[in-house]
Ligand binder design. Sequence first.
Ligand code: SF4
Length: 278
Amino acid sequence: MHKNSDFMAEKKSDLGNSSTEGTADEIKMKLSRLKAKLKDSKRKKPVTTPKSTPKKIKSATKAKEAKKKEIKKQAEAKKQEAKKQAEAKKKEVKKKQAKKQAEAKKKQAKKQAEAKKQEAKKQAEAKKQAEEEAQRTYEEELEEQLTEEQITDFQIHKTDMDKLINHVCEIVATYGNNGIHQSDLWKKLKLTSRDGSRLALKLERMGLITREKILLKGRWTYKLIIIKSPIGTDSLSGAPCLVCPVESKCSLDGDISPKTCQFIEDWVLIELKTKKSK
Ligand code: SF4
């Protein structure tokens, strides 16, 4: 305001002077100078620093609240992250425990299966042994107890063994390849099972019969089958023994014996061929 009044006073003074000088050009020039001064004074008007307004305070509060909100948000996010990590850790521990338990269960199952297998094996072996035991015959026990010599030298008291052997072979031969149950044979010959079993072993060692193990009425026994047919009395006329020069030295257990005699073997073969051709 003060500056404007100075300007007006100057203006009035300038105008007063112009009337005294009296020329229009001068007035115009003075007016022009005044206008420029006015313009200049406006340009130089001091810039007043704006004081804080309620609007700015509001904005600062808003910013503060936003910052507070942001911090709260970050804390919440941090909390959520920690919770997430804790849950993941818990899950991992649980997973590990489950894996451990599954492995232990698997191990236990494997152990049980192995034990079961072992038990089954043991039972199978016991069963096999029991079966083998049940299949074991008196003759097998004899073969274990007696020597080969005791078997081949077997004699029955007051019995002509050659005659008995020949008779046994004759009976067995009548049954052909089907054979005869040894118990039936011993009954026919009125022999005890003890003697019959020993005789069967002897005949087998002599190569006259074979023994076939069979199950009869739940008991394991033998069927006797002829190998070499005995020679009938009608064909004895051709027997080499009748004209044998060493007959007196020949015996079952001697160096010269029907067991190893080539004459006998050849003669038996001829007899068999003759029988078959008939
Ligand atoms: S078995 Fe032989 S060795 Fe003995 S008597 Fe007869 S033919 Fe002679």
